[in-house]
Structure formats: structure tokens, C-alpha cells
Design a protein around this ligand. Structure first.
Ligand SMILES: [Zn+2]
Length: 296
């Protein structure tokens, strides 16, 4: 097990950080991790963090729902229902900006989004680092899924990262690589949690959107603007993900009150999620946000 400290801010290159919050890996290791804030630009990151080789240990769980299609608990079953709804919603959002073409889903998990896009006549490609998920995705989509983007010699009309950017060790390098794989006029869709949402403020260290140590970076809207501008992109639209406020509140409620009945937690989580969405309707601070960007 090797841990590393982040030496420089990927947004402003500052080397000065201050501790912001101690939170916990509630789903797998149950150990504590510290969130650090960049003194210069306020970007929040997990540091120290497991290095590239060690991080895989923190994904090895049948409970890591992104990599499984089985609904064992109430939360998992709700997640799967919401995912079907969300696939359709994401497809419509992509179609609004590009009517069709070649799509790369970077961090495609077991390939559900690609399967959906393929059925609607998109040409698909996927990248997924986990071999188990990659094999499953290949089977589900009938397409070769790559372990990294550098092994793909094609360019895409659309590249999607659905809750993936926050997991990448080489943040700047990965965005640059993706930029090289985007056609002129191609569009990038990036969904990430937003720690300035009301549900984040409500749950604090128990907020499931921190999901340490798997989430290495914790983005605000200002951070995403600065990061994407730095890498040569312009954000053309942002869209709130309203279901995430409900789902993240449900997980957070479980972390904060593990001994309460699941019904009591469910009710409290729904109230938290609805409040977060109502507040975000005014402020734009949704629990998770999709950033839609084009090359400058
Ligand atoms: Zn910074």
C-alpha cells in the first residue's frame, strides 16, 4: 500500500494547501482521509491519497454499484431504476448538442450508456481501467473496450465522463489526451459532484459525494471553469442532476445514522434531496452538475 501527497494544485500550480475536512471511506475501508484546500484558488482535493497501484484496493467490493448490475439492497434497487431513467435523460442531452456520430464513454463501467447509445445508432467506443468491468462492458456492448485512451487511434464527436473525472490521478494529462481525441467542433460532457450543494453542506463530512479515497478531486463550478479554460475548453452549458441529490442524500443519511431504520433514513434523505434541488433552482448549486464544453 503506497500513499502519495499531492504536490501541486492541478488548476493553479500552487504548492500550498491547508486541511479542510477529515472524512471517511464509508463504503470499503472505513478509514479516514483528509481533504486539503489550495490556499491560492480554493480547489479541494484528497491528500494524502492511495497511488495509482494502491487505489484499486479501494474498488474491490461487490457493493461498488457502478461496477455491478445487481440490486441487492433498497438503495441499489432504487439506483438501478434511477439509472434507466438517467440513461434516457443523458442520451437526450447529448442529442440536443450532437444529433449523432461517434461517441467515446471514458470510464464506461459495465457499458450501460454505450449500449443505450448503440441502440440509437451511435458508433460507440469505451475506455475502462477495471478489467472486470471492461470484460462485462465488452460483452454487453459487443464492442472492444480499451484500458486507456492512448490505445485508440480515432477521433470522436462526443466524449462523455459520467462521474469519472474525480477519479483520475493524472487530471491535466487525461484532459489533454481527451482533447486530442476530440474532432474539431466535438463536445465534452463531464458530470461531477458539487461540494457547494445544499446536500453537501447539510451532511458535511458524511456527504457521500466526497467518496474518499476514490474521489481524488472535489470540484466547485469555479474550479471547473478554471480547469477547462486552462486546458483549452470553453463551457457552453451546465445542467444540474436532480436525482443525484436524492441518491447522494440516501447514502449520506446511511453514513450519518447507520442505526436508524431504513424507512426513517429514506424519509430524511428525500427531504434533504428535495430541499437541495429547490435551493439549487435558485442558486444553480446542484448536488452534481454536467459541464458541456467545446474546444476554444
Ligand atoms: Zn489552486
Amino acid at each position: 500500500m503506497t500513499f502519495e501527497t499531492v504536490s501541486a494544485c492541478p488548476i493553479c500550480s500552487s504548492e500550498q494547501f491547508k486541511p479542510l475536512l477529515v472524512t471517511r471511506d464509508y463504503s470499503i475501508s472505513k478509514t479516514e482521509f483528509t481533504l486539503q484546500e489550495c490556499v491560492n484558488c480554493n480547489f479541494v482535493l484528497t491528500s494524502p491519497r492511495p497511488d495509482r497501484n494502491t487505489i484499486s484496493l479501494y474498488y474491490q467490493s461487490a457493493n461498488y454499484i457502478s461496477h455491478t448490475n445487481k440490486g441487492n439492497t433498497l438503495i441499489d434497487r432504487l439506483y438501478l431504476v434511477a439509472r434507466t431513467f438517467t440513461l434516457r435523460w443523458k442520451y437526450k442531452l447529448v442529442r440536443k448538442h450532437k444529433p449523432g456520430g461517434f461517441v467515446l464513454d471514458f470510464g464506461c463501467g459495465t457499458g450501460a450508456f454505450l449500449q443505450y447509445m448503440k441502440k440509437r445508432n451511435w458508433i460507440i467506443a469505451g475506455v475502462e481501467p477495471s478489467q472486470t468491468a471492461r470484460d462485462q462492458a465488452s460483452e454487453n456492448t459487443g464492442t472492444t473496450i480499451y484500458s486507456s485512451v492512448s490505445s485508440i487511434g480515432k477521433k470522436f464527436d462526443v466524449i462523455t465522463l459520467w462521474h469519472v473525472l474525480e477519479h483520475l490521478h493524472d487530471l491535466n494529462k487525461n484532459i489533454q489526451e481527451l482533447k486530442q481525441h476530440l474532432e474539431k467542433g466535438g463536445i465534452l460532457f463531464i458530470a461531477v459532484p458539487n461540494h457547494n450543494s445544499l446536500d453537501s453542506k447539510n451532511y458535511g463530512a458524511y456527504w457521500a459525494g466526497y467518496d474518499v479515497p476514490r474521489h481524488l478531486w472535489h470540484f466547485s463550478q469555479q474550479d471547473m471553469v478554471k480547469l477547462l479554460n486552462k486546458e483549452g475548453f470553453k463551457i457552453i452549458d451546465t445542467v444540474g442532476m436532480k436525482l443525484d441529490a436524492l441518491y447522494v442524500s440516501l447514502l449520506s443519511e446511511g453514513y450519518k445514522h447507520p442505526k436508524k431504520s431504513s424507512f426513517a433514513r429514506f424519509v430524511k434523505a428525500m427531504i434533504s434531496g428535495v430541499k437541495s434541488n429547490l435551493s439549487a433552482g435558485r442558486t444553480g448549486q446542484y448536488s452534481s452538475i454536467i459541464y458541456i464544453a467545446k474546444q476554444v
